[in-house]
Design a protein around this ligand. Structure first.
Ligand code: PRP
Ligand code: URA
Length: 209
């Protein structure tokens, strides 16, 4: 599927299976989400630009690669997107963080914004939107709308599970924003939940329901 990368690394797939299991504890679910976040980020940042720098090793001088440009922005959609954050920050500790508070109206399935705080120079940075679940994609679309409105030009989506309906919807609105996911599931049910899915990611992360 164009514009979508399924991260089919065995470690990611194994951990995702553990997360889908309804008996997984809140603690286990949260830990696995962080671990997968780190592995996804490794793939998503594979093509980041690098530049040569002069350094001195204990033995000699050399020219070595380092990341070029401004630090990237991690933009978790609250609540569940926060589950990716610690794992990703372990990998890129100096990343900036934009928090996007959205919830899905259970009747209309449209996204309702309640919080937004982002660095002011989004235009100069790669922005990674984090949300484990791309269901209808209304939340991801609203998040990207808002980030673009604030100047973001280069964006990517990191999710754990995507529904085919959500991918189509998202790509219809933001064809310029590529998606990375651990799996594309079968479909949405009549309540907009991903099937087979893993249930409500926020509830499973925080032990609410
Ligand atoms: C869930 C999930 C996504 C959204 C996905 O959030 O974490 O943000 O639904 O659904 P969509 O693709 O159909 O928009 P929810 O609204 O349950 O909020 P929460 O994370 O605060 O529980
Ligand atoms: N949000 C979730 O947390 N899970 C779904 O399956 C759909 C939306």
């Amino acid at each position: 599927m164009q514009g979508v990368t399924v991260v089919d690394h065995p470690l990611v797939q194994h951990k995702l299976t553990l997360m889908r299991d309804r008996t997984r504890s809140t603690k286990g679910f949260r830990q696995l989400l962080n671990e997968i976040g780190m592995l996804l980020l490794y793939e998503i940042t594979r093509d980041l630009p690098i530049e040569p720098v002069e350094i001195e090793t204990p033995l000699t001088r050399m020219t070595a690669p380092q990341l070029a440009g401004k630090k990237l922005v991690l933009a978790p959609i609250l609540r569940a997107g926060v589950g990716f954050l610690d794992g990703m920050l372990d990998l890129v500790p100096s990343a900036r963080v934009a928090h996007i508070g959205l919830y899905r109206d259970p009747e209309t399935l449209s996204a309702v914004e309640y919080y937004f705080k982002a660095p002011s120079d989004l235009a100069d940075r790669l922005v990674l939107v984090l949300d484990p679940m791309l269901a209808t994609a209304n939340s991801a679309i609203a998040a990207v709308d808002r980030l673009k409105e604030r100047g973001a030009r280069e964006l990517r989506i990191a999710c754990l599970l995507a529904a085919p309906e959500g991918i189509r919807n998202f790509q219809g609105m933001h064809p310029d924003v590529p998606i990375w996911t651990a799996a594309i599931d079968e479909r949405l049910d009549e309540h907009g939940y991903i099937v087979p899915g893993l249930g409500d990611a926020g509830d499973r992360m925080f032990g609410t329901h």
